[in-house]
Ligand binder design. Sequence first.
Ligand SMILES: [Fe+2]
Length: 456
Amino acid sequence: MTERDGGASGAAPSYQDYLARDSREVPRSLLERSWRDLGNAPLDASRYTSQAFFDLEVERMWARVWQMACREEELPEAGDTIVYDIVGRSLLVTRQADGSIRAFHNSCTHRGRKLLLADEHIEHFRCPFHGISWQLDGTVRSIPCRWDFEHVSDGDFCLPEARVGTWGGFVFVNFDAGAMPLEQYLEVVPDHFSRWRLEDCWKAVHVAKVIRCNWKVAQEAFMESYHVVATHPQILSIIADANSQYDLYGPHVSRNLAAFAAPSPHLGSGNVDPQQTLDGMLQLMGRRPGALGEFTAQEARGPRAQLGDLNRRAFGRAFEGDFSNVTDAETLDAIVYNVFPNFSPWGGFAPNIVYRWRPHGRDVGSCVMEVMILKRLDRGQSRPEPVPVHWLRDDEPWSDAKEIPILGPVIDQDMSNMPYVQEGLVASATGRVQLGSYQESRIRHFHQTLDTYLQR
Ligand SMILES: [Fe+2]
């Protein structure tokens, strides 16, 4: 089975077929196909369940990769500081007086106390234990009873730094002084997103929750459309799932392109009334099905072009911009990139979803999943305040997050699997995970990259 078979139905159009019928000129980045056969070897289930494997990830992978820490707009003023925690390490990501952003290890160089426990605006860093303080640039400001530390220089007391890079309005950090530059690490992402300009957006939604599964189990549930038929059957009339396109770039980047406003091949070619697809899509977009008389499924251009028109007008009104040359695809589809190891921004022009999955402390069996939504700035609009993180408790479903009314219930369906994937991996009799050759190739690509880090 390859992508060319179109999944369950041999007659299904490919994602490129949908692009060929788009009502607007399609950008080169979407016309690309980048796939290669990475083999079919099973994965070891212990990659998700073994504390020793997790510890190796901590030592050899998390210590060396570029990881998204926050948005630039979360640090508008000098002294604004975000605490970025990852696998027991902690960084203070801080806006400097000169406008740059630097990241310091969140640990007192005297006795090790964490300096900040939460995001804060500060004039300078100060350890609450003994009152040692540092300037925003990490140099020593004052040491009470300095006479008692003649054996330690001010240089020795400076806060050690991690590397910082920015792209698309995101701030990235890296613990490895020898790592490749962020720009190189991101491969095709800066080029592909140059059209979608996430730097012109602001973080309007940020929801987080601890999930009872390994961080890779959670992430991988968002790397393929294969699970839609069983996990999200209510959207089969509006998503071309089994004929999604999967692209593998260098070691760090892959993507999934799935057409919305197009029926699943699982429903059989020609079996879905376009009106059903149109109404289902309107519902997904938070609009009343059938309420828009101007949209007739009989129109030759089909639901995708009709909905594209609706979105181009709606985005134009909402963001006071010109969206007239934006493709139907860029207003409708799941254009989902992953940057190794845990960052997943959506492309296109609909409010852009961004996912991040982090281990929960150093627990192999739980993680933090975050869903952000970036909205475009109106023309001339000053950047609104980014929202604080809305943490969901263990007993709160994602559908309780009113800021994600459409996405929340869909994510809850994904959640209905995740803890039981983890439990099942622990209980596995084969000790192996088998992946589909094509539809799950992004997961294999991820694991092969992970292995290159673990082997070094
Ligand atoms: Fe899903």
